[in-house]
Design a protein around this ligand. Structure first.
Ligand code: MN
Length: 233
């Protein structure tokens, strides 16, 4: 399988002529097509935060991004939920692929590392906290308050506000005890690391972000574990 992983498009509704995504729909689609053809991609993984649901409703986002979403869904993608997707009812928590040699590829958005560095109790806590937030966000007053607390800087469309890639690298290293390849998103920083654990080759990749007019992606051959990170603009 030739997999392409992208994340963090943060599709929303343009305000004053600009949005977080920062792409002309036709340009983005053309770029995707070029990469997909060049690398013979057969499986597209959307690794979370495709929708900016912290700021807009799902229907508003769909209405303003018909072209891009229509294109992405025509590829029959595998959808993994991100933290900005917590109000979504579709998608997976993570994706686990096992190739014919028994090697494992683990893909998740990465926000689990936000709570207590993704320890078991942290994951459980985070899961329940998100669930509680999701339920409470049915109340408009709570949603407003919550979004104010987690608010990012609107003026410059900066998501996330702070970058601390070490936290996610650490989280990925722990996962690599168990899996051969770990792919995260969430940090908006493209990364590729190779290391060894008990004589086994391990790889951590971060697919970066396709927002602010950038194009970043991870391509992985799930059989050979050959990979490439792509950064256009
Ligand atoms: Mn995220």
């Amino acid at each position: 399988m030739q997999v392409m992983v992208i994340s963090d498009l943060h599709l929303g509704v343009p305000q004053d002529g600009s949005d977080i995504f920062g792409w002309d729909a036709a340009d983005f689609i053309a770029t995707m097509e070029t990469v997909i053809t060049q690398y013979r991609v057969d499986t597209l993984v959307l690794n979370g935060d495709i929708y900016e649901l912290y700021k807009w409703d799902f229907s508003e986002i769909v209405e303003h991004n018909r072209e891009v979403l229509g294109y992405l869904y025509s590829k029959r993608p595998i959808y993994i939920r991100g933290n900005h997707d917590i109000f979504n009812n579709f998608g997976k928590d993570h994706l686990l692929i096992r190739n014919s040699a028994g090697q494992t590829i683990y893909i998740e958005h990465g926000h689990n590392a936000d709570v207590l560095n993704g320890t078991r109790i942290g994951r459980l806590f985070g899961k329940w906290a998100y669930l509680l937030i999701k339920v409470l966000c049915r109340y408009e007053w709570f949603k407003k308050g919550y979004l104010r607390v987690i608010a990012f800087d609107d003026e410059i469309h900066r998501i996330p506000r702070k970058y601390n890639s070490f936290r996610y690298l650490n989280y990925a290293l722990n996962l690599l005890r168990k899996y051969d390849v770990v792919i995260l998103g969430h940090t908006h920083k493209i990364e590729y690391h190779k290391t060894y654990y008990l004589n086994k080759k391990k790889r951590y990749l971060n697919c970066g972000s396709c927002s602010l007019g950038r194009f970043q992606a991870v391509i992985l051959d799930t059989e050979t574990l050959w990979y490439e990170t792509i950064k256009i603009r």
